[in-house]
Design a protein around this ligand. Structure first.
Ligand code: PGA
Length: 270
C-alpha cells in the first residue's frame, strides 16, 4: 500500500485530483468508481475547478458509484444520485447517461446487485475507484463482518453508520437502514484504488486498515491485498499510525523515481 500523508484536508483533495487528472489524461475513456460522503466533496470541487479553468474533460469517461440507500427516490435530497448530480455531474461534461448509481427503488432490490455487476463488467471494469472510509472501517456500505468476497447486494447498516450519517437528515426525517452497495470483491477488482480520509475521527480506522490484520471486522483492511492502492490522508487521520515516518520517507523516494522514470504519471505542469 502507498500511504501519502499531507498536512490538511484541502491538500489531500488537490493530490487526489492530480491522480484523477492523470488517469483521465492517460485514458480519456476510463471508468471511475465514485464515492459519496463529506470526504470527497473537496476533491469534486477541485475537479470542477480544473474542468472550468484548465479544460479537464470527462466527456469520454463513465462512472459507477459505490452505493445508494434503499427506498430513496433519486431526487430525494439525501439520495446518493442526487448528491452526485449536485456535487459533481451537473458541473462537468460527463454524459449523465454514462454515470451509474445503484437503483434504490428497483422493483426487486435483490436483482439490482447482479444487474449492477453486469453493467460494471460490460464497461470493462473500474480503472480508478475512489473510496472514503467509515469510522468503523467500512468501505462503500460494507459494514464490519461483510464477506471479503462479497458482490453488489443489499446491506443492513450498523447503528454506528446510521448515527454517523444522521447529520445529513432532518430531525424526525425517516433514515433508511438498508442500502445497496458494491461488494468488497467488486471493489477489489478495480485496477487502482484511492482511499481518502481526513480528521481524527478516522485515525483508528486508518491504523487498523494499514497496520492491522486483514479482517472482515475492518473491511478496508482487505486493501492490503490490492495491487495498487493509495491511502491519501491528512495528519489527523494519520495520527495513530506507528510507521508514519517510514511512509513519508517512502513517498519522497517514490516521487523522485516517478519524476525521473515515469513523468507521464505526473499532472501537467509539475
Ligand atoms: P464521510 O463518510 O466521508 O462522510 O466521513 C465516509 C464513509 O462512510 O464511507
Amino acid at each position: 500500500m502507498e500511504v501519502l500523508i499531507l498536512p490538511h484536508h484541502d491538500a489531500t483533495a488537490v493530490r487526489a485530483a492530480d491522480i484523477v487528472e492523470v488517469q483521465l489524461r492517460q485514458k480519456p475513456s476510463c471508468t471511475l468508481g465514485l464515492a459519496t460522503g463529506s470526504t470527497p466533496i473537496a476533491l469534486y470541487n477541485e475537479l470542477i475547478r480544473r474542468h472550468r479553468s484548465n479544460g479537464l474533460s470527462f466527456s469520454q469517461a463513465a462512472s459507477f458509484n459505490l452505493d445508494e440507500y434503499i427506498g430513496l427516490d433519486p431526487t430525494h435530497p439525501q439520495s446518493y444520485r442526487r448528491f452526485m448530480n449536485d456535487k459533481l455531474f451537473d458541473h462537468i461534461d460527463i454524459p449523465i447517461t454514462a454515470t451509474h448509481v445503484p437503483n434504490g427503488l428497483a422493483e426487486n432490490p435483490l436483482e439490482e446487485g447482479p444487474a449492477y455487476e453486469a453493467k460494471i463488467r460490460e464497461a470493462g471494469g473500474i480503472d480508478l475507484q475512489i473510496l472514503g472510509i467509515g469510522s468503523d472501517g467500512h468501505i462503500g456500505f460494507n459494514e464490519p463482518t461483510s464477506s471479503l468476497g462479497s458482490r453488489t447486494r443489499i446491506k443492513t447498516l450498523t447503528e454506528q453508520t446510521i448515527t454517523d450519517n444522521s447529520r445529513f437528515f432532518e430531525a424526525g426525517e425517516a433514515q433508511p437502514h438498508l442500502a445497496i452497495t458494491m461488494g468488497i470483491k467488486t471493489i477489489m477488482e478495480s485496477k487502482r484504488i484511492l482511499l481518502l480520509a481526513t480528521g481524527e475521527g478516522k485515525a483508528e480506522a486508518i491504523a487498523a486498515t494499514v497496520e492491522g490484520a486483514i479482517t472482515a471486522m475492518c473491511p478496508a483492511s482487505i486493501l492490503q491485498w490490492h495491487e495498487k492502492t493509495t491511502i491519501l490522508i491528512d495528519e489527523a487521520a494519520a495520527s495513530k499510525l506507528q510507521k508514519r515516518d517510514y511512509y513519508q520517507w517512502v513517498s519522497t523516494q517514490q516521487d523522485a523515481l516517478v519524476r525521473k522514470y515515469r513523468p507521464s504519471d505526473l499532472p501537467e505542469g509539475l
